[in-house]
Design a protein. Structure first.
Length: 153
């Protein structure tokens, strides 16, 4: 499987995951704690790490498709999950709904955190490039040291 195929496979899987995770975290954000929004950041970090195993062009295409489709699919996920969660919470506890400002704040933060996948990908790519340069330079230095004291040269 080439990099583009893997990027598309990852984008579909992670987008469907976002369609469930983002609405669930929204309900947790409104009914449990505002710190639950960090689950979205963890999700984005996992996505960035997974995409970092493929080439730059394919990964950027896959992450972009993932971010934009996550926005759309999470709206549909919210429309499907919200009534179910609300009914369950009203039967078993007290349901707290977010104000319009609170909901906008959550969705803006969650969607901005999806962009962390780009940052994680680029950081991991930089680390891998640096490690490759270190290995290359260390072998070149070892070779230079070995030949420095040769009497044949």
């Amino acid at each position: 499987m080439n990099d583009l195929d893997r990027a598309m496979k990852y984008f579909i899987g992670f987008s469907l995951g976002s369609a469930i995770i983002l609405p669930l975290v929204c309900e947790m954000y409104s009914n449990v704690s505002s710190y639950c929004v960090w689950f979205v950041a963890i999700w984005a970090i996992v996505v960035g790490v997974k995409f970092s195993n493929i080439s730059l062009k394919s990964a950027m295409l896959g992450i972009t498709a993932y971010v934009f489709s996550s926005v759309v699919l999470s709206i549909f996920g919210y429309l499907g999950l919200h009534p179910i969660i609300k009914d369950w919470l009203e039967e078993n506890s007290t349901y707290f709904s977010l104000s319009l400002e609170g909901a906008a704040r959550y969705w803006a933060a969650a969607l901005a955190m999806l962009l962390l996948a780009y940052v994680v990908y680029l950081i991991r790519l930089g680390i891998l490039k640096a490690m490759g340069k270190l290995k290359e330079n260390s072998s070149a230095a070892a070779s230079a040291i070995d030949t420095a004291f040769d009497d044949d040269t």
